[in-house]
Design a binder for this molecule. Structure first.
Ligand code: FE2
Length: 470
């Protein structure tokens, strides 16, 4: 068991995996976890979150945090109890070799075997660990064991499901926009609720930009073509990632009908787009995005500024795009409840990232609100207001996932959109370990409903899902 910030640290580590990003070095299992407060009895399922957790870094100077082998952290809740916590590396053959485990009998195709580290979702009875850029999704078992490459998403090398997918709550169809570095197109894939491949088409994307996320509205896909492009020669210049800012590459947003048709492009101020929410109404597409400023260096994680929340309103009839800053505070990982994806959302939840940005993005002066740190944000995008839930100095919180109260998966009425819970891992500096914190989304600033005390530290990671038993 490890505890604190410095456990198991190799002799030399890259500067981008220190502090709250420092990997943990063991897989552990713990049962009947202690809880402060009360776990809502209706939360029956698993909260899973994944992130890079490097295993045996050979050359720290050449290592990028985002390339670490994926590790899943999961908590099982049932009948008001926290039954277990587990953390498991996703098994690629490289991970198996490092852990001294037998390799797969069938060798994976070159370039497709990676310990997925970016997102973990459920679809059609599968739990999928996902990464963008060509690696095969991995099927994950109930106790977080890697079952093998997933059959979902088709077998085309490099164009399988991407890191970010969008589940349409009306149709149950899962949309993905996959890409392969160096190719001049992206692949739109649609799976039906049973996992069958019901749509595949390639959309033009010249210049090979990084395509981390996209948006789904009722009738359209929204694509981001931004100036962080595939530049493998950057590795020869000492970069830790083959993607770099290209000032000659356009910054633009593409809108294409879900089914067929051409992409319409709209220019935007140069930026990198990380995560996004969207809907459409009366010919207007409303796209809420976290953007990083002109010149963002993804390898060094440096920019002259930080990621903040913008709204782009696209008028399809007039052919215009209007840019507006919604919240000028450092933040990331905006989410809505899964039943609100592609529908008009009133609420969005994001994680304050001032601490992370102070370390990795040395912008001039303090962030706009120096006290704004270690917090989750609830945006009321109808009223233009927000609430903060602060976790205190030296806490660290990443993405929060909304879980609806009551029986899923009915589409909530507009006034019930925030009737539910937010789940997130939060570092507890007092214990030197993480808690699974459960907030009431409607009493956002109130005391947490529950803190499930986990036996170990959890590094800041990326994305996750609530996987209900039903
Ligand atoms: Fe992401």
């Amino acid at each position: 068991m490890d505890a604190g910030h410095h456990e198991g640290r190799p002799d030399a580590v890259a500067t981008d995996i220190e502090g709250h990003l420092t990997p943990v070095t063991e897989e552990v299992t713990a049962f009947d976890l202690p809880v402060s407060g009360r776990v809502p009895a209706e939360l029956n399922g698993r909260y899973l979150r994944i992130g890079p957790n490097a295993l045996g870094i050979e050359d720290p100077a050449a290592h990028h945090w985002m390339h670490g082998e994926g590790m899943i952290h999961g908590v099982r809740l049932r009948d008001g109890r926290a039954e277990w916590y587990r953390n498991r590396w996703v098994r690629s053959d490289a991970v198996r070799a490092k852990l001294g485990e037998p390799l797969r009998r069938v060798r994976p195709a070159h370039g497709t075997d990676f310990a997925c580290n970016t997102h973990i979702i459920g679809h059609a009875g599968h739990v999928l660990a996902l990464t963008e850029g060509g690696a095969s999704p991995q099927d994950i078992g109930h106790e977080l064991q890697t079952l093998g490459p997933s059959p979902l998403g088709g077998s085309a090398p490099g164009f399988t499901l991407a890191a970010h997918t969008k589940l349409d709550p009306r149709t149950g169809q899962l949309h993905s926009l996959g890409y392969l570095a160096g190719h001049a197109s992206v692949r739109h894939t649609v799976l039906d609720p049973d996992g069958a491949l019901v749509g595949v088409r390639d959309l033009p994307m010249p210049g090979s930009p990084m395509v981390h996320d996209f948006a789904l509205t009722e009738a359209h896909l929204v694509l981001y073509d931004v100036p962080v492009t595939y530049q493998p020669e950057a590795l020869g210049r000492g970069a830790t990632m083959p993607f770099a800012w290209d000032p000659r590459h356009p910054a633009r947003v593409g809108v294409v009908p879900r089914g067929s048709g051409d992409v319409r492009w709209f220019e935007v101020t140069p930026c990198f787009v990380s995560h996004t929410l969207a809907y459409e109404e009366n010919g207007l597409l409303v796209v809420d995005v976290v953007t990083l400023p002109d010149g963002f260096d993804i390898a060094a994680m440096r920019a002259d500024g930080y990621g903040a929340l913008d709204r782009w309103t696209i008028d399809l009839r007039a052919g215009t795009l209007h840019e507006q800053r919604l919240d000028d505070r450092p933040q990331e990982f905006p989410r809505v409840g899964e039943s609100m994806v592609s529908r008009r959302h009133r609420y969005g939840y994001s994680a304050a990232t001032a601490a992370l940005y102070r370390r990795y993005v040395p912008f001039e002066g303090p962030p706009p609100d120096a006290a704004f740190d270690n917090a989750l944000i609830k945006h009321d995008l109808l009223r233009g207001t927000s609430e903060l839930h602060r976790f205190g100095r030296d806490a660290a919180v990443g993405e929060a996932v909304f879980v609806p109260a009551g029986a899923p998966p009915a589409l909530p009425a507009a006034d019930g959109e925030d009737d539910g819970y937010l789940l997130a891992y939060v570092h507890s500096p007092e214990r030197g370990a993480a808690d699974l914190v459960i907030l009431s989304a409607q009493d956002f600033t109130g005391a947490p409903l529950a803190r499930v005390h986990l036996p170990r530290r959890i590094p800041l990671g990326l994305h996750g899902s609530w996987l209900p038993d039903s």
